[in-house]
Design a protein around this ligand. Structure first.
Ligand code: GDP
Ligand code: IMO
Ligand code: MG
Length: 430
């Protein structure tokens, strides 16, 4: 039995998709267990680039089963669009995809609410959500009264549920979005979503039962995290977070697979930090260094194409999130992006009101005041995209990796030097 988890330790986009794709061949089942179509995971295989959002990156391997569990919020037109895209490119999407009947479904009202509410966080700065309806759908899940799960699509009262909720939302939406908010037509929504439901039906199952049977019979599971641990609703930089448990703590709640089955947790980081959307980012380089990283790393959001904010590697944050997520080993991605820089800074502590702090602050206002304390390391200023063995990396690149490993407190298992599958260094291969 084995279950491996791939967890982003920063603010998302750590190249989890690339790693999951690489690890898929050693597993039987790949599982997405939280988040929704806010995620954008890129897999580059030769001349083909795949952008996956709701479907696990494991889908590219027809031998494995890809499972979307009840912890995910599902947008039917998004997932159908993704399935159609994959099929049109020759990827098999048949009984190798399973969707949980417990998954909560995003409806048009969630997207309207997301648009209307994003800017109204107390304190002023917008969260800068992906506007995919994620927060409002999770809110309705927790609130229970206005929630619809995928399994409800196949019950006789599905139409009544939609009409009832649309009527309630029509009373609330003008309050949030203003009197001009377009009213929702419950019957029209029912007719549209009924058709989505028919198309999705072959994939719908009780994935909790399936996964429990799978682990108990020795199948190898790979859990694909979405977002990153700093965006975790409970443990991240609240309220500038997403609405699910995106750190390692979310694997069991999102999938229904108890933590006792998990044998390895891989924490994925970039060799630097990025963030999309609002909220504090102590090591942000809103200057030519940030722009250099953005250009070299093509740091533009996969889902929204927004420029990602870029900055130096933050050890305070990564040490916190690797401990929080129970990380065994690190995967350090996008190393090649730093190759031209003569000096690289690493944030080893914060200074808050004159005090040196190494525990990640729980309060946003403290994080806003945190001044990074940097350690400077010499760059390697050598092209590394063709390197395939750890020993062949330039000495300064190895020294940088060793220092990150030492500071975060975890060994490095994987180093990525380019987007392609082949541009990967496995520490075990020397
Ligand atoms: P995810 O959301 O964590 O799966 O990450 P994204 O796919 O949103 O963002 C990572 C981006 O970096 C993608 O465009 C990848 O193709 C790309 N990428 C992955 N690894 C590397 C690498 O080692 N070097 C470079 N330059 N790009 C990489
Ligand atoms: P992957 O899986 C980076 C960010 C948004 C916003 C905040 C809340 O590709 O790493 P939401 O739409 O979830 O309510 O937005 O979270 N965000 C991400 N940032 N990568 C992601 O996913 C993200 N998913 C959400 O930019 O700041
Ligand atoms: Mg992404």
């Amino acid at each position: 039995m084995s279950a491996t988890c791939v967890i982003g330790l920063q603010w998302g986009d750590e190249a989890k998709g690339k790693l999951v794709d690489l690890l898929t061949e050693h597993h039987d089942i790949v599982v997405r267990y939280q988040g929704g179509a806010n995620a954008g995971h890129t897999v580059v295989a030769g001349d083909q680039t795949y952008k996956l959002s709701l479907i696990p990156s494991g889908i590219l391997n027809p031998r494995v089963v890809s499972v979307v569990t009840g912890g995910v919020v599902l947008n039917p037109p998004s997932i159908l669009g993704e399935i159609d895209q994959l099929v049109s490119r020759g990827v098999q999407v048949t009984s190798n995809l399973m969707l949980s009947d417990r998954a909560h479904v995003i409806f048009p009202w969630h997207i309207s609410e997301d648009r209307a509410m994003d800017g109204s966080v107390s304190g002023g700065e917008a969260i800068g959500t992906t506007q995919r309806g994620i927060g409002p759908c999770y809110r309705d899940k927790v609130g229970r009264a206005h929630a619809i799960r995928l399994g409800d699509f196949y019950r006789p009262d599905f139409r009544d549920k939609i009409v009832h909720i649309a009527a309630a939302k029509n009373r609330m939406l003008p309050v949030w979005a203003g009197p001009d908010a377009a009213p929702l037509d419950g019957d029209a929504i029912y007719n549209e979503y009924r058709v989505y439901g028919e198309r999705l039906k072959p994939f719908v199952a009780d994935t909790t039962a399936y996964l429990l049977n799978a682990v108990e019979s020795g199948k190898r599971l790979l859990f694909e995290g979405a977002q990153g641990a700093l965006l975790d609703i409970d443990h991240g930089t609240f309220p500038y977070v997403t609405s699910s448990n995106s750190s390692g703590v979310g694997v069991s709640s999102g999938s229904g697979v108890p933590a006792r089955w998990i044998t390895k947790i891989i924490g994925v980081v970039k060799a630097y930090n990025t963030r999309v959307g609002g909220g504090p980012f102590p090591t942000e380089q809103n200057n030519e260094i940030g722009q250099h990283i953005r250009d070299k790393g093509n740091e533009y959001g996969t889902v929204t194409r927004r420029p990602r904010r870029c900055g130096w590697f933050d050890v305070v944050a990564a040490r916190y999130t690797s401990r929080l997520s129970g990380v065994d080993v690190l995967a350090i991605m996008l190393m090649d992006v730093l190759s031209e820089l003569p000096t690289i800074q690493v944030c080893t502590a914060y200074e808050i009101d004159g005090k040196r702090v190494t525990d990640f602050p729980s309060q946003l206002e403290d994080l806003r005041r945190a001044k990074p304390v940097y350690e400077s390391l010499p760059g390697w200023q050598t092209e590394i995209t063709g390197v395939r063995k750890y020993a062949d990396l330039p000495p300064n690149a190895r020294a940088y990796l060793a220092r990150l490993s030492e500071l975060v407190g975890r060994p490095v298992d994987v180093v990525s030097v380019g987007p392609d599958r082949s541009q990967t260094i496995w520490a075990k291969n020397g």
